[in-house]
Design a protein around this ligand. Structure first.
Ligand SMILES: [Zn+2]
Length: 153
C-alpha cells in the first residue's frame, strides 16, 4: 500500500497538482488554481482505483486516467455495454442491475464512465449493438439525469 493511499474524509479536497485537460478551458494545463475538485472514484482492472475530477472553471469532468478506454473497468466490457443497452431501452437502473445481477451502485458507475467517453460509447452502441439514434439520445438524457457529470450533448 502506498503511503498516500489513505486520505482523510472531509470537505472536498482541491487538487493543486492536477490541471484541466480541456483545451478550451481558461485554466487548461495550468496547475495551482484550485479549480480541480474530486468527483468520486471508479475501479479499474489494471490499476485499481481511478479518480474522477471536475474542473470548476469549465465544468468538465475527467478521469485521472483520461485518454484511456472506458473498458478498463472491473466488469467485462460486454456486460457494461449490455447494461447501457438495457438502460437505453428504458429498463432503468434498478431493472438493469437486476437483470445483469450487479449492484445498483455498479450500474450507476457505468453511467458515469460512459459519460466520460460518450463519443466512443455512442459509436459502439450505434454500430455494434444496433441501437437507434433515438435510443442513444435517450440514453444520454438518462445519463445526464443520473450523474452529475456535465456533457456536451
Ligand atoms: Zn477546465
Amino acid at each position: 500500500m502506498a503511503k498516500r493511499a489513505k486520505k482523510r474524509r472531509g470537505p472536498k479536497p482541491k487538487y493543486l497538482d492536477i490541471s484541466c485537460p480541456n483545451p478550451k478551458c481558461k485554466h487548461h494545463g495550468q496547475k495551482g488554481f484550485a479549480n480541480v475538485v474530486s468527483n468520486g472514484t471508479y475501479r479499474t482492472r489494471s490499476t485499481g482505483k481511478a479518480r474522477l475530477f471536475l474542473c470548476r472553471t469549465c465544468g468538465k469532468a475527467f478521469s485521472s486516467r483520461s485518454g484511456t478506454a472506458f473498458f478498463d473497468l472491473r466488469t467485462p466490457k460486454k456486460k457494461v455495454l449490455m447494461g447501457l443497452k438495457l438502460l437505453a431501452e428504458g429498463l432503468g437502473l434498478r431493472g438493469t442491475s437486476r437483470v445483469l445481477e450487479t449492484k445498483l451502485d455498479t450500474a450507476r458507475r457505468w453511467l458515469a464512465v460512459a459519460a466520460l467517453h460518450c463519443e466512443q460509447v455512442s459509436d459502439i452502441l450505434l454500430r455494434d449493438l444496433k441501437l437507434s439514434q433515438v435510443q442513444v439520445d435517450e440514453l444520454w438524457i438518462f445519463v445526464k439525469k443520473n450523474t452529475k457529470i456535465p456533457m456536451d450533448r
